[in-house]
Design a protein around this ligand. Sequence first.
Ligand code: DAH
Length: 347
Amino acid sequence: MEMDLINSLKNLGLDFEKAVNAAATPDALEDLRIEYLGRKGKLAEIMSQLPKLDPSLRPAVGQKANEIKVECQQLFEAKKGNLAKESEARTLSRFDPTLPGREPWQGSLHPVSLVIREVCGIFGRLGFDVASGPEVEIDRYNFEALNMPPEHPARDMQDSLYITDSTLLRTHTSPVQVRTMLARRPPIAIVAPGKVYRRDSDLTHTPMFHQIEGLMVGKDITMAHLRGLLQAFIQNVFGRHTKIRFRPSFFPFTEPSAEVDISCMICGGKGEINGAPCRVCKGTGWLEILGCGMVDPNVYESVGYAGDISGFAFGMGIERIAMLKYGINDLRIFFQNDTRFLEQFGL
Ligand code: DAH
């Protein structure tokens, strides 16, 4: 009996080895493990005979059973490793030339960049050049030359970030007007996009944002030209049914000055949607979009222009245009660099 059991164990070991060598897949291998070494497997079956043995003979059989079990487990693990390696090698060597190529990841332009390009494109086709100026600006160009002397109350309108007593982060793109007029003689027609900075930070204000400035100076230029130009521009950006209206306003560097509203593109200018006030235009049907006016004579004087000249200027916030154009309702999202937002915009 004792020898029978030991022989059975030896045979089990040999059978297991053969079967493992023949196993072609991890599943087949696992089936073998269960068949031989599992709780109800062949080894357990042999061991269930143990109690029938004389107690003095049991230790020898038990020891043999353990040896065989360890050997079997080692065989199993080794084969398992080999099968895994083989399958990896097969995957790597399998080259399927019919698979479509992987598209390279392509970035998209930031909506602010898209609007800058679009606005510059429209004015470019209308004969305007693109100009630029520094973001660290001298106080004189940012304020004084624009008809805001040091004590001018208009300076309170913009809480500024100063670098030194006489230099600051420009609070608007209007100093590019001054730089352009100092560098060139009329006729001038430029747009100037760029970053501007203010000491302002809340839900609807960020310390840095973008503006586009426009300036046209020459002879016999009137407010009618300004209006026609802005109408063409706005209908280009927001659609040809968009209406515009001029509202009297004040800017130190223009006289007369106006703020321009466009008909709300959400409610179509009606001020209500299904009987409820439109939330975008707050029920008015109009949205403020830019400031403009005829260049103030004091500005011409500060850049040394004299004689028979006239012209207009305008300035607008890019983020505001992008929000209205793309239906974005949170200013902060422009500055978070969340690719889930950014990748919704094309090139
Ligand atoms: N600079 C003004 C601002 O930052 C915007 C502006 C208004 C620009 C009227 C102009 C203008 O050129 O004529 O709010």
